[in-house]
Design a protein around this ligand. Sequence first.
Ligand code: GAR
Length: 200
Amino acid sequence: MKLAIFASGNGSNFAAIAEAVKEGTINAELVLLFCDKRQAYVIQRSQELGISTICFEPKDFVNKAAYEQELLQILKVNQVDLVVLAGYMRLIGPTLLKVYSNRILNIHPALLPDFPGLHGIRDAFEAGVIETGVTVHFVDDGVDTGPIVAQESVFIDEKDTLEMLEERIHQVEHQVYPKVIQETIEKLSKTNEWKWSVEG
Ligand code: GAR
């Protein structure tokens, strides 16, 4: 099975997934990283690992459909079976979704449906909840919606700073996401639906 990772930022989840692929705990080929931000650190991480690295931005295109059409073409040429969002801070539009429905995973740093959006960790911290966590889900056309595959709790201590909580959430993400990706690959491999099947 062939994986592509989409990321927009630091890339710590990308690194954890790439490491799991290298170790064989994720049984798949990581064929490319796509990044939509030219300055993102994840690009450097990916190049250092020798992974095929592609970067362009929506503003390079006339509209979002054209941007996603280019992405779709890249996924198709590389015969990507499963897309893994790892801090990709953009909504997936209909151009990609209609081809990759149920084949795009996302990780979110909160217990969805609570605290969706760009600042899941900070929003939970500022809300004063005692429990937050990490959610892995399939992507649909909403903001951090779509069928939930796995969740893990992270408790917030009253002595925690936001930075301490961020650190703990990221540690949990780096454990949970590779494990869930492998479980998803195993499930998809048992069906006939995952195989690359787009014509043309
Ligand atoms: C992660 O915490 C991920 O859950 C979050 O972005 C961070 C990326 O960190 N994603 C979202 O908030 C999606 N709504 P990383 O670049 O170090 O992997």
